[in-house]
Ligand binder design. Structure first.
Ligand code: PRX
Length: 653
């Protein structure tokens, strides 16, 4: 890691306090009550989380709330519960029974509403369907779907019977799907004929068929009919969702699962090649996701909550499906693209469904800005009362636009910092209590201990850039990297290992600074991970996709700033002698396609530069830092004494 890169010049002085009207109704309604809560959590963090866990239903109470054997935490040990029961059954005894749980809208305009009662029935049936295919607690079920209600139903059904879901983003290629199914040893795959986005169908079942050619663990494939496209059904392996669902009953008792029973695996990119299967478990995840949804989004029973994330990402898990349902909220789930059939689609959805809380990503906000103010201005957005963002630092211009044009200067904005690994929100304003500043996620939530430290572990001074660490384990933290505990230890716990003074700190991989008021400003990743459109991609993963092409000898991928996507991908490629005469324009197009096929469209490099050689250290490591300086136009201030051949750098410049 490279501390020279941790510098920040942002000086933001504008402040925004919540209106009195907002605060008066809010669950946490003043900075005083928030400070009091934070203080009690600081004094006894375990009891704080225990109290939160008690707000949920348990079959059996825990014996020990927290255990720590570096770097493995357990929460609510000895307790047993069920996440699907907490999301559904718990709400059936009161008026929420007939409340809308999911309001779904397809890209073509179709609409479906599932009440809690109806959702519960569907989930019970889907659980029985999985059981009829031999799925038992502990088995892994892969889910490769678009944004359809059945995706949420499938997740909840797994949770109900203790199967571990592994949701693979529908935009990933068959190669990426295969890798993730193989690594997790998935037993069943749930997919659909085709997913619809921007007026087009992408053949998920066809991609799955290709992936399954080299995937031995999957015994059955459940196929949802959605787009209506014809698909090949393999006898004995493939079953139709609608046919199977007819053969099962709607009664399925939730299994009593131990608090540490695995809930899901979700793959995320790291700085080395292979994606990491982040493993989350039941009780702690449930507790923190429920609590953060409630206080960060200030969820009230009348709210209509719309989070635009795809279920293929952690935000889709924690804040489309589980968090809101744990709170008995009404969720709007939208299938398609924000600009289909036109750029007013989200605003139209907000007006028609009376959305009160809207949660999206900075990259989306920058796209809305580009499309123009007239789109939101054409709709009545007065139902909105709270806005949120997640995924990357939000630039102050985008924050101000969001505040003014979407929020009508009336809605607080919660800029939420967290990660696939953290499972739930860690740093965020609490909307009725926090004075916000554009560009900072403000302070850690109660119960979360976060600091910005130097490499030697000492705390940074105000405004000094350093490394963002979590100093006490938290309930929804990842438990390991599936099948690779060594990588878990190395990636997250080796930077600040256990010592005499502390029990080991979790390293987030982010650089940050704290201002004089204690607000945390995220500067960005300090490893070779890039953040494109709010999605984390490992440069190593893209590089290995590039070198898997027969023309490529070596590749290095870095990011340059992009006004909409946050970061754009730039690949430096050297070609093999056998392809030295290739038409570079054609080859660049081929390589971009190749990466899209290997990983997915999101990983497609924006620029490809062909080079004779890449800058390397004497030990042969590619110096990406120098390439980064070239593409960002930054002055090469860093040390180049380890560079093997300075002429290479000159030529690249
Ligand atoms: O660099 C931080 C950035 O996104 C990373 C986590 O990515 P992922 O696991 O894909 O999860 C994204 C959705 C939770 C972080 O390490 N990040 C996320 N939220 C913010 C952010 N950076 C700045 N501000 C945020 N609010």
């Amino acid at each position: 890691m490279d501390e020279q890169r941790i510098s920040s010049v942002l000086q933001e002085e504008r402040t925004f306090a919540p209106s009195r009207e907002f605060s008066e109704r809010a669950l946490i309604s003043s900075s005083k009550s928030l400070a009091k809560l934070a203080k009690s959590a600081e004094q006894d963090v375990v009891t704080f989380w225990e109290e939160r866990a008690k707000e949920l239903a348990w079959f059996k109470p825990w014996k020990k709330a927290f255990t720590w054997k570096h770097p493995h935490a357990q929460w609510f040990v000895g307790g047993s519960t069920n996440l699907s029961m907490n999301c559904l059954d718990r709400h059936l005894a009161d008026a929420r029974r007939n409340k809308a749980a999911i309001i779904w809208e397809g890209e073509h305009g179709e609409q479906r509403t599932l009440t809690y009662h109806q959702l519960h029935r569907e989930v019970c049936k889907a659980s029985n369907m999985l059981r009829s295919l031999g799925v038992v607690a502990g088995d892994v079920v892969a889910i490769y779907m678009g944004m359809v209600p059945e995706a949420a139903i499938a997740m909840l059904a797994c949770a109900r019977i203790g199967a571990v879901h592994n949701v693979i983003f529908g935009g990933f290629s068959s190669a990426a799907l295969r890798e993730r199914m193989n690594d997790s040893k998935a037993k069943v795959l749930i997919t659909q004929d085709g997913a619809i986005r921007r007026g087009e169908t992408s053949g998920l079942k066809a991609a799955a068929d290709e992936a399954l050619l080299k995937c031995k663990s999957v015994k059955h494939v459940v196929v949802l009919r959605h787009s209506g496209d014809s698909v090949a059904m393999k006898a004995r392996r493939d079953v139709w969702w609608h046919e199977r669902m007819e053969t099962v009953t709607a009664e399925c008792e939730p299994e009593s699962l131990s608090s540490e029973h695995p809930l899901f695996i979700l793959y995320t990119s790291g700085s080395t090649g292979k994606p990491k299967g982040i493993l989350h478990t039941t009780g702690g995840y449930m507790t923190q996701v429920a609590y953060t949804s409630k206080v960060v989004f200030d969820l009230h029973d009348e709210d209509v909550y719309f989070c635009t994330a795809d279920i293929g990402w952690i935000t889709g898990h924690s804040y489309v499906v589980y968090g809101p349902l744990l709170n008995g909220a009404t969720i709007v789930m939208y299938e398609g693209a924000p600009n289909w059939p036109d750029a007013g689609r989200f605003w139209d959805i907000i007006e028609r469904h009376g959305v009160t809380i809207f949660y999206t990503a900075p990259t989306a906000i920058r796209s809305f800005m580009k499309w123009g103010d007239q789109w939101p201005r054409d709709y009545d957005l007065s139902s909105l009362r709270l806005l949120g963002t997640v995924g990357e630092p939000i630039n102050p211009e985008a924050w101000m636009w969001y505040h003014t044009v979407i929020g009508g200067e009336r809605c607080p904005i919660v800029d939420t910092w967290w990660q696939t690994e953290t499972g739930a929100i860690m740093i965020s304003p609490v909307p009725g209590a926090t004075v916000t500043k554009p560009g900072t996620a403000t302070k850690p939530l109660p119960g979360i201990q976060i600091d910005v430290v130097r490499k030697d572990g000492t705390s940074c001074k105000p405004n000094e850039g350093g490394l963002l660490v979590v100093k006490h384990p938290w309930p929804s933290m990842l438990r390991t990297v599936y099948g690779d505990d060594k990588r878990y230890v190395e990636t997250y716990w080796s930077e600040f290992p256990q010592s005499k003074s502390h029990p080991g700190w979790y390293f987030t991989g982010d650089g940050a600074r704290k201002d004089t008021s204690g607000n945390i400003w995220i500067i960005g990743r300090v490893d070779d991970v890039v953040n494109v459109s709010g999605h984390r991609l490992g440069t190593a993963e893209i590089e290995s996709a590039l070198v898997s092409h027969p023309a490529v000898a070596e590749a290095a991928v870095v990011a340059r700033p992009d006004t909409v996507k946050g970061q754009a991908l730039v690949a430096f490629v050297t070609v093999k002698a056998t392809h030295a005469r290739a038409d570079t324009k054609k080859l660049a197009a081929l390589l971009r396609e190749h990466v899209a096929r290997e990983i997915g469209q999101i990983a497609r490099p924006d620029d490809i530069h062909f080079a004779e050689a890449l800058p390397k250290t004497r030990s042969g490591k590619i110096m990406r830092r120098l390439l980064r300086e070239i593409v960002t136009g930054a002055v090469a201030t860093g040390d180049t004494t380890t560079l093997e051949d300075a002429a290479v750098l000159e030529r690249l410049r």
